[in-house]
Design a binder for this molecule. Structure first.
Ligand SMILES: Cc1ncc(COP(=O)(O)O)c(C=O)c1O
Length: 385
């Protein structure tokens, strides 16, 4: 009997140690982690510089609350704003909370502009989190089922269809468009090259704010620090989490221009958000990404893995489509492949499956040796279907 609530269905394996791209279970078996704790541990498990930072910071100071100045929070805000061309940061503990902050900011912005029913456009098949506001923002009825009444004033549009957004131009209640540059949870759905540019143009023309949820795509996952760097745009709000702390919980909502001036004392807060441990760790993550040229590795390994898959699977009648950007990789099959999850585990490989799609989010530090193991294991799995 477990005392845990039943909202998860964990696989029957207990990991006790992590080293780089590998997790080791309580029977001393080693698994290649091609999922990274769902896109979190990008720099690999127990990276020595991060471990050192955590150890040192834990010995110095863990938490003070936001009632006092926190220097590492200032430093991280400055660093993230410089890297993203944003102006201000708010720190939270998770992706959903980062998005909550963005949603609250655009609602305040709407009211400040005398819009009494501020409404946000979000995409079908998106994923923005599990809190009430973020699951309401999530354009997926499965995530929302059983939780009505939802937080109101979200309108859903079809992703990668610019007309679907334009159709709302006459709605005076719209204050923002919120979207993932690449839809992660719904199976790595990559829009057309100029889609984000077009969305930003519509936002500019209508005085709407653009919220980019880069919780999964950010911090190097796609080969740029942020996926929207491929489009040379700057959103009004940018949310981050996952890879930012490499396993230490942290979320960030960055804001630009007018969006950065909206929160005033008392309008938002978090007890834990932006504590010295999380901020110092995130600073170390960003340092390592720069120092070790991690983005180059993501591009090179991403290209290597995807071309190897295309080559190896070219004659497979089971593959419908292979999609990727950097180390966000999806292999969509033409049949349900849920059974592969357990088979992969038996083969000492950790992946994600959603319906017909195998999703891979391997560590950003993966090298060719481990990439070859990954390619072999996944290709062999597909052949077992
Ligand atoms: C794009 C996106 N937004 C938000 C979230 C929610 O983040 P968290 O689980 O940290 O609340 C996720 C998590 O998968 C995500 O992929």
């Amino acid at each position: 009997m477990s005392y845990l609530m039943s909202n998860y269905t964990p696989l029957k394996v207990t990991f006790v140690k992590g080293v780089g791209c590998y997790l080791i279970d309580d029977k001393d078996e080693q698994y290649l982690d091609a999922l990274c704790g769902v896109g979190v541990v990008g720099l690999g498990h127990c990276h020595q510089d991060i471990t050192k930072t955590i150890q040192t910071q834990a010995a110095n100071l863990l938490h003070t609350s936001n009632w006092y100045h926190i220097q590492y929070q200032e430093d991280l805000a400055e660093k993230l704003c410089q890297l993203s061309n944003m102006d201000k940061a708010f720190f939270a503990n998770s992706g959903a909370e980062a998005n909550e902050a963005a949603i609250k900011i655009v609602r305040l912005h709407g009211h400040a502009n005398h819009i009494n029913n501020p409404t946000i456009l979000t995409a079908n098949q998106s994923f923005h989190g599990r809190t009430m506001a973020t699951l309401s923002a999530t354009g997926n009825p499965k995530i929302q089922e059983g939780f009505t009444p939802l937080v109101s004033n979200f309108i859903y549009f079809d992703f990668n269809n610019i007309k679907a957004i334009k159709a709302h131009e006459n709605n005076n209640n719209i204050v923002a468009v919120m979207l993932e540059p690449i839809q992660g949870e719904s199976g790595i759905i990559i829009p057309d090259k100029n889609y984000l540019n077009q969305v930003q143009e519509i936002c500019n023309n209508n005085n709407w704010l653009l919220i980019l949820d880069e919780i999964q795509t950010g911090i190097g996952r796609t080969g740029k620090l942020f996926a929207h760097n491929y489009n040379n745009i700057t959103p009004d709000l940018l949310t981050l989490a996952k890879g930012l702390g490499n396993g230490i919980p942290i979320g960030a909502c960055l804001a630009k221009g007018k969006a950065s001036q909206i929160l005033t004392p008392g309008t938002h807060g978090s007890t834990f958000g932006g504590n010295p441990l999380a901020c110092k760790t995130a600073l170390t993550v960003l340092e390592i990404i720069e120092k070790d040229n991690i983005l180059d590795n993501v591009l090179v390994m991403g290209e290597y893995i995807i071309s190897s898959f295309r080559n190896k699977l070219k004659n497979s009648n089971k593959v419908f489509e292979i999609r990727s950007k950097g180390l966000m990789i999806a292999i969509e099959l033409n049949q349900d492949c849920s059974t592969l999850l357990q088979k992969a585990l038996n083969n000492k490989l950790l992946i994600n499956i959603t319906g017909q799609t195998i999703r891979l989010l391997p560590p950003l530090i993966i090298n060719q040796y481990d990439a070859d193991i990954l390619i072999d294991k996944v290709s062999n799995l597909i052949n077992t279907l």
